[in-house]
Design a protein around this ligand. Structure first.
Ligand SMILES: Cc1ncc(COP(=O)(O)O)c(C=O)c1O
Length: 450
């Protein structure tokens, strides 16, 4: 596929401030922004999420990983789920203070760390967690893997409503368990669980992984949906692992329901919840997370497979974020709301080959690119590539390459997200508005001549 981009926009981005970049948008770009462009000045509050924060050259997965995969033509990294903003100042301050003490021997996790987790969940969601039921992990993945090892022997089935977070499939590979995908249906722009199908599949599964809110669709599950899931899983003795790592990002007007807050104690006692502050505060490489359960038996069984050795800096950063991050997050969420709305409007007005309805939660955008796939013959391209390489290649991977080469934008291929990912790409909008506009404008320009 020939790359068409002549302009080295990445260098341009690196040397341009946000204002200069906005001024440099073409007349068509500026017109396309419409009323959304006017929002810029209103968003300047105490934390400046409009400030471009260059991550290139720090070995970050989102940008440097994309460039490693597709070359220096990548101008906008919109893949892996972390954010481009500088972190809460309290985190940097706490880390800097700790770095003054130049010894990094083994560390213990202080009680104040557990208390910070308890208080965060109480303060933000009214969720009461007994600190003795919290198990620390070096990420949600290690926690899920421990629980899978405890409840799902190799060869057993793990139920998931799909499309769903690609990383769960690697957890299944790691534990030699087998996926039981229950495909969701799009109804009026929102994914709905097919509960008949779900129940059929629950009969043969040991464990369900729930994603609340759901990556990549952005669904924020209602108490009724969660209860129905819980009832079916209880009926068929399927242990629920509720991954709620994205819970701090829901769009205004939406409400996150912790699975553990459901009124039916039997349903809650059939679950473990997995959470972290890392996604919320963009400290993912600090490798901290936790899980908890109201059921001592489930908890003990998962603990048998858990080894949690947190790092000093991970503890310091996470506790600072949980204790002092409320204000930052409360300002960030409306910014992300507007990014989601902006993406929806821009795509509707300027990118006719793509469909998108703003997500209810997360900072992810699950794009329908099926008409574009037809336009470039993605299926045929994938078949040709597969024949040439001998590797399995999906049409979505071909589209990923197309977007990288023609638009300079890195998107995640829908085929990684299980059944229902065909004809889809996932776009991360947790970046400055300017960068989001640049990504969308690049895509619009590239698709216009596709
Ligand atoms: C739903 C979900 N769970 C888990 C993870 C990874 O969690 P961790 O980095 O804590 O292992 C991600 C990262 O994108 C995610 O989206």
């Amino acid at each position: 596929m020939p790359a068409k981009r002549g302009l080295d926009r990445r260098n341009f981005l690196r040397s341009a401030g946000a204002t200069a970049l906005l001024g440099a948008l073409g007349a068509k770009d500026a017109a396309a922004l419409g009323s959304a462009a006017l929002d810029f000045t209103q968003e300047r509050q105490a934390f400046d999420f409009d400030r471009h924060f260059d991550r290139i050259g720090t070995d970050c997965t989102k940008w440097d990983g994309a460039i490693a995969d597709f070359g220096s033509g990548i101008e906008v990294g919109m893949g892996v789920a972390d954010m481009d903003f500088s972190v809460v100042p309290a985190v940097t301050r706490a880390l800097a203070e700790r770095c003054q003490h130049e010894n990094w021997g083994y560390t213990r996790t202080p009680q104040s760390y557990y208390d910070a987790i308890v208080e965060w969940n109480q303060r933000r969601y009214g969720l009461e967690i007994d600190p003795d039921t919290i198990e620390l992990t070096t990420g949600v993945h290690p926690g899920l893997i421990a629980a899978l090892q405890a409840f799902a022997p190799p060869g057993s089935r793990v139920l998931m409503t799909t499309p769903i977070y690609s990383g769960f499939y690697s957890d299944l590979r790691f534990t030699r368990t087998v996926t039981e995908d229950s495909p969701m249906h799009l109804v009026d722009g929102r994914y709905q669980i097919d509960f008949d199908d779900f129940e059929q599949r629950a009969r043969r599964a040991n464990v369900m992984i729930l994603c609340n809110p759901q990556n990549p669709t952005g669904n924020v599950w209602t108490p009724e949906e969660l209860t129905r899931i819980g009832e079916i899983c209880l009926r068929h003795r399927v242990v629920i692992l509720s991954d709620e790592i994205h819970c701090d990002f829901v769009r205004s007007g939406m409400r996150y329901t912790p699975f553990a807050s459901l009124p039916n104690r039997d349903i809650v006692d059939n679950s473990l919840t997995f959470k972290a502050a890392t996604k919320t505060f963009s400290i993912s490489a600090m490798k901290t997370a936790w899980y908890f359960s109201t059921n001592p038996d489930l908890l003990e069984r998962a603990r048998d497979f858990t080894r949690s050795d947190l790092t000093t800096l991970g503890i310091v950063a996470t506790e600072a974020a949980l204790r002092e991050g409320d204000g930052w997050l409360d300002q960030l969420n409306p910014y992300l709301d507007r990014n989601q709305q902006f993406a929806e409007r821009y795509i509707r007005d300027e990118i006719p080959l793509v469909d998108y309805r703003a997500a209810q939660g997360t900072y992810l955008a699950w794009l329908d690119v099926s008409r574009f796939a037809d336009r470039i013959g993605a299926e045929r391209l994938a078949a040709e590539e597969q024949r040439a390489s001998g590797d399995e290649v999906t049409p979505e991977q071909m589209m990923q390459r197309w977007f990288a080469e023609h638009a300079g934008v890195y998107l995640s291929p829908g085929s990684s997200y299980g059944t229902g990912g065909a004809g889809r790409m996932r776009m991360n909008v947790a970046t400055t508005r300017t960068m989001l506009e640049r990504g969308l404008a690049n895509i619009a320009e590239a698709l216009a001549s596709a």
